[in-house]
Design a binder for this molecule. Sequence first.
Ligand code: SF4
Ligand code: SF4
Ligand code: FES
Length: 236
Amino acid sequence: MKLNIKRFINNKTFFEEFNVDFKEDETILELLERIRDNKDRSLTYRSFCRSSICGTCAIKVNDKTVLACKTKVKDLIQNDELIIEPVDRAKIIKDLVVDHSFIEDKIKKVKGWFVDEINEKEENIQMPDELKKYDKQTDCILCGACYFECEALDFEKNFAGPFAFTKVFRFVFDSRDKMDDQERIEIAKENLLYNCISCQKCAMVCPKNISSVMDIKMLQNFDKNPPFGDNFNNFF
Ligand code: SF4
Ligand code: SF4
Ligand code: FES
């Protein structure tokens, strides 16, 4: 099997080719470990949990953003070849490692946290029927895969991005959250909620099967004050 890995070292970008055995059940992460341990100790990539939980290992393989620890080589190999690159729309630090600080920045911009009045004597109970409304969205591991593929960002860098709006959805539909729902939506609009161009890429790559584009549409439908003026995206 021919493996091409895009390297970035000392401000130089180049592809390095390796010839390796194809192993049926190997994950992309295991393949990278094999290369690093046996062929090139300087190869740099990021991983931690190895089980699709920490969200750190997103990379691009044969032009698709995937979690390296979740994806098998056999599912992406084409013509006995794999091309592994860092993800798009992020600053590369070294080889396959990109700067993840934008994730925290975007969450801060949309105020993506729970607002509550803390009562230490009583549990803040959530009923199963209420939980169902946003249960799927709580699966987000902030891996950024949806963001790295999001085409709206090519038109407007200030677009908060799919995962940030999924986070807004999660709190708008959580009955325990004390921030006013419309206030949350207004903050989402300041971060260009209506700039989504419905390319569906976020839903196609999410390793947790979350459809951020659907979350965005739901938030737009829930908006009591939709902007049909300047801010509204003309792609529709
Ligand atoms: S559907 Fe919208 S949010 Fe999702 S990737 Fe496309 S532009 Fe981005
Ligand atoms: S919505 Fe999916 S792809 Fe996006 S950050 Fe969360 S888990 Fe990753
Ligand atoms: S190593 Fe944690 S999600 Fe892949």
